[in-house]
Each structure stands twice: as structure tokens, then as C-alpha cells.
Design a protein around this ligand. Structure first.
Ligand SMILES: NC(=O)c1ccc[n+]([C@@H]2O[C@H](COP(=O)([O-])OP(=O)(O)OC[C@H]3O[C@@H](n4cnc5c(N)ncnc54)[C@H](O)[C@@H]3O)[C@@H](O)[C@H]2O)c1
Length: 477
């Protein structure tokens, strides 16, 4: 079995959890990880899932998502009787004093969060409760949601049942969900009364770094953290664009920036913009909630603008390189929103595909995990099939496997020689030797020749062109 932490030690250690009967609502990335992780920590977990197909897969011992180690952990604890999946609310809530709400909170078309799944889930489990219940919101929600949920659920509680709501936002990364569950940078628990706080704290080993705070602060931690990550990516894209115009190497520049401990190198990679089910949605949510209290949030808005333009800039570049995109066959490598997952929700790769198609390109794509349906893009089995008769290739997701591609083999099946590496994973020299021109992001190849040194030189001179006179230095007495 994949080991993410030392189970035996953790159960005997002072940080051992207080074993509880737990209901987890929603078996997506967050709920399924939490359900398996909590079972591994010793809790008795019933997981409620509303989607019949997903539920049937889980009950049959299958896993509907790709997460390393999750299938093994789920099967182990199902076999041990510590983890069950059900579609029956009463069965899921029976005997549980705590219910983790892990349902989706997708964006509405106007960018505001859609919290209807959360409201429904809270009402369902509250109605089925037979004793006092703590609802723990793991879904990402705008500040104030826990308080709103307490009002909503309270109105549906059976006679004599008290319901309280706590915030416990989730920070896992898709593709590394279990590792992150067992090795959290922090557990954030927002509760407004000590009993609820203790109940939620008891879910996790006390040795895990934990921040206790009020509910609104906990909710805002999640929104603010994702907004900051979005800002870092947009900043990297701005630096990459500047590097490209100046003829500087953005990966060297950003590595140099990220080596500063105060900054850190994660999320400083330029590319086709951020995507996935979290960053774009949480950034819009941060802006929406700022608007709702009259705060303009200029930084968050700027990150959004830069991100919107990131994909279009790549398509512009390809169009300039090919002359026109109309009728050109473009092969796209990567569909998932990032490497390591099959998730295509709000994927930058799909945004690129959409825009290329709108400009007349004929598209074929593949991905190691993700699949697409629809008539905009043809799905191929592997990168070499994608490259067949392609006028150009676009690398849209940073899969490590793409570093191992054989440039000679790609060149031999392609019609054209242009490769747009939107995620900077290819070796331009190796591809160049095979006759393929790789255009990365913010890498070498200044897109225009600007006599860059003239401006700094001008700034060294006085307005009339004479060398600046050094300011009078104080004479030491
Ligand atoms: N995916 C991530 O990487 C991640 C990371 C941190 C936080 N989050 C947040 O966590 C929340 C869940 O995200 P996710 O990616 O796991 O979502 P998801 O869409 O993958 O899973 C949600 C699941 O909940 C089920 N569901 C909805 N209503 C239900 C109900 N009333 N009863 C039972 N099941 C119900 C759905 O069928 C679905 O299987 C979101 O708010 C998201 O922003 C996600």
C-alpha cells in the first residue's frame, strides 16, 4: 500500500485523533479524499453521494477520479468496515455527530459562487439528524456562508436537535490529494463556540499545524490563499511577456525571483494561464465578495485580466507564426488543467482549443488521462497520432511525459515545423536539431527587435545628451 504517513505511530502518538462516527457529504476530490483519510486516521466514515453513477462505481470498489493511492486506501477501509458509501441520507447520518460538507460550489455565469448544492446538502443531513450535529464546511465558500448555513439548517432541525456550523477549508492539490491530506501545511478551523471547535479539532491529529479562528476568517483564508496563488501565476506571465520583449530568459528571471525565501518559487511558472475548478472560481468569488462590501480589489481584478489575456496571447503568437489559422491542422498535447490529473474543468488547454477553433483551426488532441467529447476537437490516442499531418503542435499541459517525446518521430509525421510550447516543458535545442522550431513562453527569441540598451543609456544622460554631472558630494571636514 502507498504510505503517506506512519499509521501505527500516529495512532499511538499524543497527537492521536478522537475516534468519531463521521458523515462525509459528496464523494468528489475533496470528499473522497477526506473520507478515505479520516478512515485511515481511525474514524468510522459513511460517505453520502448523490450521483447514482458515481455511487455505483464506489460501492463496487471503483474510484471515479485519478488520485495516487486513493483506490488502495478506499478498498482497504471498505474491507475493514470503516468506510461505506451510500445514497441514503438517513443511513449516512445515523449515529454521526459531525457531517463534512464537501459538495461543489461552482461559479455562476456572473462570477458569483453558486451555493445551492451546499444549502441542499445542509438541509438534507440536518433533517435526517437524530442527535446534535456539527456541520463542517470543507467546500470553498465566501465569508459569511457558515453563518448563513447555520440559519438555514437551523430552520430544518428536528425537535430537540441543535445544529452548529464550522469552517474547515480544504487546501489539497489534485494529483497529490492524499499526500496533502496527511501532510497539511496547515489545518484551519473556524468555529465560534468551544464545543464545536473541539469536535472538529478531534478529527485530526493534534500534532498537525492548526490555526484556530472565527468562521469568517477561516473562510477568507481559503479565498485569500487562492487569490494570492492566482496573482503569482499572473505575475509570472507578466514577467514572461516582458522577458520576451527584452530578449531575457523568463525561466532564469523567475527562478532568480523565486529563490528569495520571502517570495518562493512555487506558482511562478508562466503558461497559458491558470485553470481548474478552484483558482478561477475562487478569484471571482474573492472579487464578488469584495464588491458586496464596497471594496474594489484591484489586485485580484488585475490577476483576472492578465489570466484572460494569457491564452489569447498564445493563439495570437501561433497565428503570427503560421500566417493564418483558418483550415490549419493544429495538434494539441494536453487537455487536463494541469499535469497529474484527468480534470478538465476550466482547463486552459480547452480555452486554447476553443479560441483556435474560433479562428478556423482544425483540432486534434490527446492527454494521458483526460478525455473530451464534442465536435470541436478530435481525440487521438497519443502525441504521435496528434502530430500526424499537423501544421503545428501546441503543448498545453505540462505532463512530464512530454519531455520524453521523440522530436525526430514527431517531425517525420508533421506537415509543418512549428511547436508552441505553452508550458515550457520541451527542450528547444533537441527539437531544433530535428528541424522543429519550439516557441516557449518568455524564452529567448525576442519577438521584436527593440534597441533595449538605448533607453537605459538615455536615462544615464542629461536631457541635452551630455553626461550627467555627478551631484556635489559633501566634502568631509
Ligand atoms: N478539487 C480541488 O482540488 C479542491 C481543493 C480544495 C477545495 N475544493 C473545494 O471543495 C468543494 C468540492 O470540490 P470537488 O472538486 O471535490 O467537487 P466535485 O464536484 O468533484 O465533487 C462534489 C461531489 O458532491 C456530490 N454532491 C453534491 N450535492 C450532494 C448532496 N446533496 N448529497 C451528496 N452528494 C452530493 C456530487 O455528486 C459530487 O460527486 C468545492 O467547493 C471546491 O471549490 C476543491
Amino acid at each position: 500500500m502507498t504510505t503517506f504517513h506512519n499509521t501505527d505511530d500516529s495512532k499511538d502518538a499524543p497527537g492521536a485523533v478522537v475516534t468519531q462516527r463521521v458523515c462525509v457529504v459528496g464523494a468528489g476530490y475533496v470528499g473522497l479524499t477526506a473520507a478515505a483519510g479520516l478512515a485511515e486516521l481511525g474514524h468510522d466514515v459513511a460517505c453520502l453521494e448523490a450521483d447514482p453513477a458515481r455511487l455505483a462505481t464506489l460501492q463496487a470498489g471503483g474510484i471515479p477520479i485519478h488520485e495516487p493511492g486513493l483506490d488502495e486506501l478506499v478498498r482497504t477501509h471498505m474491507a475493514a468496515g470503516r468506510l461505506r458509501f451510500t445514497g441514503e441520507v438517513a443511513e449516512a447520518v445515523a449515529g454521526a455527530g459531525i457531517a463534512l460538507l464537501c459538495v461543489g460550489t461552482p461559479p455562476r455565469p456572473d462570477g458569483d459562487p453558486d451555493l445551492r448544492q451546499l444549502g441542499n446538502a445542509a438541509i438534507q443531513v440536518t433533517r435526517a439528524a437524530i442527535s446534535d450535529l456539527v456541520l463542517v464546511v470543507k467546500s470553498t465558500v465566501p465569508p459569511g456562508s457558515c453563518e448563513a448555513l447555520e440559519l438555514l439548517a437551523g430552520g430544518h432541525a428536528p425537535e430537540g436537535v441543535a445544529v452548529s456550523v464550522a469552517s474547515n477549508p480544504e487546501f489539497l492539490r489534485e494529483g497529490e490529494a492524499l499526500f496533502d491530506f496527511f501532510n497539511p501545511d496547515r489545518v484551519v478551523i473556524g468555529a465560534d463556540d468551544p464545543t464545536t471547535r473541539e469536535r472538529v479539532s478531534g478529527l485530526y491529529p493534534s500534532t498537525w499545524p492548526t490555526l484556530h479562528c472565527d468562521r469568517r476568517s477561516a473562510e477568507l483564508v481559503k479565498y485569500a490563499a487562492n487569490t494570492f496563488l492566482a496573482l503569482k501565476i499572473s505575475f509570472a506571465n507578466e514577467v514572461a511577456a516582458l522577458s520576451e520583449s527584452l530578449g531575457a530568459e523568463s525561466h532564469k528571471v523567475l527562478t532568480g525571483v523565486g529563490l528569495d525565501n520571502r517570495i518562493g518559487g512555487d506558482f511562478l511558472s508562466p503558461g497559458p494561464g491558470f485553470g481548474g475548478s478552484c483558482l478561477p472560481k475562487d478569484l471571482s468569488g474573492f472579487i464578488a465578495v469584495s464588491d458586496s462590501v464596497g471594496q474594489p480589489a484591484p489586485l485580484a481584478r488585475a490577476a483576472q485580466v492578465v489570466n484572460r489575456n494569457a491564452g489569447s496571447a498564445m493563439v495570437d503568437k501561433l497565428e503570427a507564426l503560421l500566417g493564418s489559422l483558418a483550415g490549419r491542422r493544429i495538434g494539441v498535447l494536453g487537455l487536463a488543467f494541469k499535469a497529474g490529473t484527468g480534470d478538465t474543468r476550466f482547463s486552459p488547454a480547452l480555452r486554447l482549443i476553443k479560441e483556435l477553433s474560433e479562428r478556423g483551426a482544425v483540432l486534434v488532441a490527446s492527454d494521458p488521462l483526460a478525455r473530451v467529447s464534442g465536435d470541436v476537437v478530435e481525440q487521438a490516442e497519443d502525441p504521435y497520432e496528434v502530430a500526424q499531418a499537423a501544421d503545428a503542435l501546441v503543448v498545453a499541459t505540462g505532463w512530464a511525459a512530454y519531455r520524453e517525446l521523440d522530436p525526430e518521430r514527431l517531425r517525420s509525421v508533421m506537415t509543418g515545423h512549428v511547436v508552441l510550447d505553452a508550458v515550457n516543458v520541451l527542450d528547444p535545442d533537441a527539437f531544433g536539431r530535428a528541424g522543429l522550431d519550439v516557441y516557449g513562453v518568455g524564452r529567448g527569441r525576442p519577438t521584436s527587435f527593440t534597441p533595449v540598451p538605448w533607453r537605459p543609456l538615455e536615462w544615464m544622460l542629461d536631457a541635452d545628451g551630455s553626461p550627467s554631472q555627478p551631484a556635489e558630494l559633501p566634502v568631509a571636514s
